[in-house]
Design a protein around this ligand. Structure first.
Ligand code: UDP
Length: 244
């Protein structure tokens, strides 16, 4: 780790001050948590894999014209990112029923949804990240209606793009979670993509076998998480250094 000033420690990442104004350093830990941190473990090498995989995906998202906080990967565990004011809403995109929506709505895991579903959760661990409606977001001022329009449009483009990207490597993008934030610029404020896109916050199933290649391997004690993340990296063409 660096001797930079730590600003915030989350469940899987730490944020440090950056080398220049308007930048931060995002450090990927090996900690794994699930069920609002009731289940915890350390999985050696997970942070390195997520750093490299997220770098690859964030750069691809930038290439289709969606701005992100990602600037550059600094080393095996750290990325230089733009400093943002995080919007306290998690955007969950679902293409196939899995995870929390199944017990909530009585759906069978793996059943196709009639269309892509975008859900919002309040980012608040103490409240257990409750699901909220778009109207809560504007009512309580977590984001403006204009900001929500940008978030919604970017989210659907990212879903279309990533669905195709993963389809091309034999993986089904079942669902995933995004976060956005506000960047202060000389010409005003813009809303851009934040956080990470990795097997920690996506459900990724092998297209042939439906084998889980994501954090559900940890949530459900299936084992083989590192092998699965390495296979995602390999199929994406991402070279990750030895993890030992
Ligand atoms: N997700 C996440 N962080 C969260 C909650 C969900 O990254 O705090 C991701 C999760 O990995 C999955 C998607 O969002 O890809 C949908 O998760 P779900 O609501 O089914 O919740 P979970 O089953 O993770 O409790």
């Amino acid at each position: 780790m660096t001797d930079r000033q730590q600003l915030y420690e989350g469940k899987a990442k730490v944020i440090f001050e950056g080398p220049e104004d308007g930048t931060l350093v995002q450090y990927f830990k090996d900690d794994a948590t699930a069920f609002n941190a009731q289940k915890k473990d350390v999985i050696t090498g997970k942070g390195v894999l997520n750093n490299y995989i997220s770098e690859h995906i964030m750069q691809a998202v930038e290439q289709i014209g969606i701005p992100t906080h990602f600037l550059e990967r600094l080393n095996d565990r750290e990325q230089l990112i733009r400093e943002l004011e995080i919007i306290p809403v998690e955007i969950v995109v679902r293409n196939v029923a899995a995870g929390s929506i199944c017990p909530r709505l009585g759906l069978e895991e793996g059943s196709a949804l009639p269309n892509t579903l975008v859900e919002f959760c309040l980012k608040d661990d103490a409240l257990g990240d409750p699901i909220i409606a778009a109207e809560h977001i504007t009512t309580f001022g977590w984001a403006s209606a204009d900001e929500l329009d940008v978030i919604y449009d970017d989210t659907l483009r990212i879903n279309d793009f990533l669905t195709g990207l993963f389809h091309g490597i034999g993986v089904r993008l079942v669902d995933f979670k995004l976060e956005f934030g506000r960047e202060q610029r000389e010409d005003g404020v813009r809303v851009i993509l934040a956080d990470e896109i990795s097997p920690d916050n996506c459900r990724l199933w092998d297209a042939q076998t439906n084998e889980k290649m994501d954090k559900d391997r940890f949530r459900r004690d299936l084992g083989g998480l590192i092998d699965a993340y390495q296979e995602i990296a390999r199929r994406l063409g991402v070279t990750v250094p030895d993890l030992a």
